[in-house]
Each structure stands twice: as structure tokens, then as C-alpha cells.
Design a protein around this ligand. Structure first.
Ligand code: SF4
Length: 114
């Protein structure tokens, strides 16, 4: 149980909690946007309505994914990890469907490859 000793501490605790909640909500909304964008573009690609630029971007990204150790079948495997190419931070796969992820323009590779 959270214990606070003064109104100022209570306010700081509340402010901290709200800040964390806002960050979580923003990240979740961003992920939902990326998922919808990716699958929407899969659908567009299937029926021949995807713009050329996004199609080319996806092909370039797939070149990285196709030779990546983090890939299992058509997923970026959450049970595998690698090291971010810029930060060196150990990072697990995101669990995304690769076909959809590479078609989401706002998505990024968790290892920074694209
Ligand atoms: S998104 Fe990045 S980490 Fe995941 S399979 Fe593709 S290249 Fe590898």
C-alpha cells in the first residue's frame, strides 16, 4: 500500500501516477495505430491499391527481416533477442507479423535495422 506523509507528497505521487498513465496510453494508442496501418496496407496491397512508395519501403525492410535471426516464420519472435545496432541495448522481438509491420510506415524495427 502507498503511504504518503504530506499533501505535497500526495500530490507528487498523484502527478507521477497520472504521468505514467498518460505515457502508457500514448504508447498503446501508437501501437494500435501502427497495427491498423500495417493491416490496412496488407489489404490495400492484396487488392492492388497500395501506393508504390509504401510497397518499395516494405520490400527494403523485408530484405533486413528475411536475413534476421529474430525472425521466426512470419513473426518478429518475442522469445529471441538481439542488440540494437545503434544503442547496443539488448532487445527482444516485438511479436509483430512481419508482412504487416513492414507495411506500417510509422513502425520501426526493434533492433534499429530499419
Ligand atoms: S523487425 Fe527487425 S528485429 Fe524484427 S525480424 Fe525484422 S529486422 Fe529482425
Amino acid at each position: 500500500m502507498l503511504s504518503v506523509e504530506s499533501p505535497l507528497e500526495w500530490f507528487e505521487s498523484l502527478h507521477y501516477s497520472i504521468t505514467i498513465l498518460i505515457i502508457i496510453t500514448q504508447n498503446t494508442m501508437s501501437q494500435i495505430h501502427q497495427i491498423l496501418e500495417g493491416w490496412g496496407n496488407v489489404l490495400k496491397s492484396t487488392i492492388g491499391l497500395l501506393d508504390e512508395e509504401t510497397q518499395k519501403l516494405s520490400v527494403d525492410r523485408l530484405l533486413h527481416c528475411n536475413s534476421c535471426d529474430m525472425r521466426t516464420s512470419n513473426s518478429c519472435d518475442t522469445s529471441k533477442y538481439g542488440y540494437h545496432i545503434k544503442t547496443g541495448v539488448r532487445t527482444y522481438g516485438c511479436g509483430c507479423n512481419i508482412a504487416a509491420k513492414t507495411l506500417s510506415r510509422s513502425s520501426q524495427c526493434p533492433l534499429g535495422k530499419w
